[in-house]
Design a protein around this ligand. Sequence first.
Ligand code: 5MM
Length: 342
Amino acid sequence: MNEQALMDIAKVLVAGDKGLLAMDESNPTCNKRFAGLGIPQTEKTRQAWRELIATTPGLAECISGAILYDETIRQRNKQGTPLIKTITDAGIIPGIKVDAGAKDMAGHPGEKMTEGLDGLRDRLGEYSQMGARFAKWRAVIALGEGIPSRACIEASAQALARYAALCQEAGLVPVVEPEVLMEGDHTLAQCFETTEEVLRAVFRQLYIQGVMLEGVILKPSMVLQGLACPKLETVEEVADATVKCLLRAVPAAVPGIAFLSGGQSGELASARLNAMNLRFKSRLPWALAFSFARAIQRPAMEIWSGRDANVEAAQQALLHRARCNRAARRGEYSAAMEATGA
Ligand code: 5MM
């Protein structure tokens, strides 16, 4: 393991005011998003969408790294150029999602366990050869009556740590993503408690498995009330709770935290990230960045709707959301940015 190389990549991914773009939806998830907009669900349309993203002029001003999916990293455009080359040439570091998805957990109704450790060493070697410099694995934690169970938290944390150790062995920076889901009627306080417990378990397992924290990026969910919770917390309350939780559970050796959006609107995700950086940035040991999928892609995909004629307008919308999040990293995002499309 070349520790310095891992540390360098991790640092670059969260440097300055940039963040990550998650474009790693598996085919079923990508197809689900397309279906909602009447876009044909084919390999060709998925390629066209990913190419639209990768060729967005100026995207690298805001995006340091892009997380790809197995199908995407192997795709080429009509001229035969591999998509990973288009991304690298644009100045964006390519990464790859390597988990095999979350499946029902045996003996634990309502909970999921992420699969994909079998054969992972070989797959990481292949992705590294192809040019990937970092990887991503998502664990899913649901909140509800009697859940999450200790079994789900500990097994998810251990899988994340075993994945991270294999990544570092292969020279890839592991993005460690424990997502506490927004579904449910839980309060902000309940989400705080669970998120802290999950993060403590994850960092305990990373330590046990010998993972070098300086070469890791954490991709957590923000601390949020459940979607069905009647009490709506303010942007500032969410920012305060999220930062307080992270300060309790995330070691200072970690270079950066890049949030997932989890289904929040693009505007709310930017506003909440902005509030965290505005209120706390100068006092935090790690960078607070973003690794959004829906909160960057959604408006652009709606505009595109599978039509060539809409590519340019969709790219402008994509760049707009990326710029909003770059501003949020500086604590300079405001609702006015949405009005002007600046
Ligand atoms: C939580 O999802 C991740 C971040 O996306 P959002 O910002 O939209 O929440 C995302 O990287 C996710 O892991 C991928 O889209 C892959 O999902 P699937 O379920 O297709 O593996």
